[in-house]
Design a protein around this ligand. Structure first.
Ligand code: 4AD
Ligand code: MG
Length: 425
């Protein structure tokens, strides 16, 4: 049995397999807080019981099988107390290295053990809900899951963050995005999605960047910017609803403001153009950001603050956008692209665009970035054989998890984080 079943077992004898989480001794009694995947439960052992000595000596994080009879008890943290009838120690744990008040760095060094903490356990459960919700959202709308190659011959999101890999006697790169391959797939499947590991050699140590992260992407034939931005809004609202449905106890463990999430799950999210975003940050917040500058975290945070909900910003300056983001016909200075910016300082969580259909323009922009357009011949073929308008976006899974959980750093949104300075354990 697992701990979630304790409340429905009052008066019955139950057996739980778990780990010693905390212990407290009082005069003739030992309180053992047992932990399993569901949560924690309080057991009591009395002095006259044959396993009292074992209970006294059993160490933190030892694995045990405990039996006992469930009673209602207001004094216990969970409202129930289990009077122990047997205690079997499966393995006596060595002195556990994690104690109170340890540094973030130390906890990262012992991440393999820190995963058992209540916070990490709660985050991992919420992450699982987020991942499940993404699959459900797209499949429910008729999207086909399509898996990309991870080894790729060229860049998608700029050469400076590529991870190079020795590939027999050649070199290839770890994927920065599934997008270019998804663009090939839409000519067969029309609507595709995927969630896969993504790699970027980010040289900054921010609370928002990992070098290995999971991106959930979608791509759809015939779709234009106004429609794809609505899909992104619906996806985010759907994910939040699922988390609220399944993870209220975990959100409480993390101290997350549930009211805020409820609001985000129902609210309308505004769509504004980059030039309107500049107006807001310059006029309302007294900043001085000129046309042609990409928005930094600082500026994104102000825009989301202004609205108090996720905001879609479209039409960034073409000159600072990737080669595949097409200039708008009416105003070629502006690209048909968008970012979704989350409130509470979490900033960009989604990036996407319509895709350029103009091979000449893409060749020119790749050359300007020092790339060899020759490596994109296969991609340009897609514009030669039945080309259609199409759009897509990528969502950073860890960015969304960090936001929904209210985390200080993206590092805790993934079990074993990798960034510029860490790739262990
Ligand atoms: O904005 P990005 O770079 O967009 C693309 O890669 C497009 N090719 C996606 C597409 O259109 N199919 O990345 C998409 C999202 C970002 O909004 C962010 O949430 C996340 O991926 N992301 C990162 N998350 C963690 N660590 C990093 N280093 C990230 N870089 C991007
Ligand atoms: Mg981006």
């Amino acid at each position: 049995m697992n701990i979630a079943k304790v409340p429905e077992s009052v008066g019955k004898e139950i057996e739980i397999k778990g780990w010693i989480w905390r212990k407290r001794e009082s005069k003739n009694i030992i309180f053992i807080i047992l932990r399993d995947a569901d949560g924690i439960a309080q057991f009591t052992v009395k002095e006259d019981q044959p396993f009292f000595k074992d209970a006294l000596e059993v160490t933190m994080e030892s694995s045990v099988i405990m039996k006992g009879v469930v009673h209602k008890d207001e004094r216990s943290p969970s409202g129930y107390e289990i009077k122990t009838t047997s205690l079997e120690i499966v393995q006596t744990a060595e002195r556990y290295p994690i104690t109170k008040d340890q540094s973030t760095e130390f906890l990262l060094d012992v991440r393999h053990l820190w995963l058992r903490s209540r916070n990490m356990t709660a985050i991992m459960k919420i992450r699982s809900t987020v991942v499940g919700a993404i699959h459900e959202f797209f499949r429910g709308r008729g999207y086909i899951e399509f898996d990309p190659p991870i080894f790729q011959p060229s860049q998608c999101e700029g050469g400076s963050t590529l991870f190079e890999v020795k590939y027999f006697d050649k070199k290839v790169y770890l994927t920065q995005s599934w997008q270019l391959y998804a663009e090939a797939a839409v000519f067969a499947l029309e609507k595709v999605y995927d969630m896969s590991p993504t790699f970027r050699a980010e040289k900054s140590k921010t609370t928002r960047h990992l070098s290995e992260f999971w991106m959930a992407e979608m791509e759809a034939a015939w779709m234009k910017l106004d429609e794809v931005t609505e899909v992104a809004k619906d996806e985010i609202r759907f994910i939040i609803k699922e988390v609220l449905k399944k993870n209220k106890p975990e959100l409480e463990i993390l101290g997350r403001d549930i009211k805020k999430l409820e609001h985000y799950s129902k609210a309308e999210y505004p769509t504004i153009k980059y030039r309107e975003a500049l107006k807001i940050i310059n006029e309302k917040y007294g900043m001085n950001v000129r046309w042609g500058k990409d928005l930094r975290t600082l500026e994104e945070a102000k825009i989301a603050d202004h609205f108090g909900v996720p905001v879609i910003v479209t039409h960034y300056p073409t000159e600072i956008m990737g080669f595949y983001k097409p200039p708008s016909k009416e105003n070629p200075e502006e690209a048909l692209c968008f970012d979704m910016i989350a409130p509470e300082g979490y900033c960009e969580i989604v990036g996407g665009s319509e895709r350029s259909l103009d091979v000449k323009d893409m060749e020119k922009r790749l050359k300007a970035d020092g790339e060899d357009p020759g490596s994109y011949e296969w991609y340009f073929d897609l514009r030669k054989y039945g080309s259609v308008p199409h759009s897509g976006y990528g969502m950073g899974v860890e960015r969304v998890v960090a936001w929904l959980c209210g985390l200080d750093s993206i590092r805790d949104a993934i079990a074993f984080p990798r960034n510029m300075i860490r790739f262990k354990p």
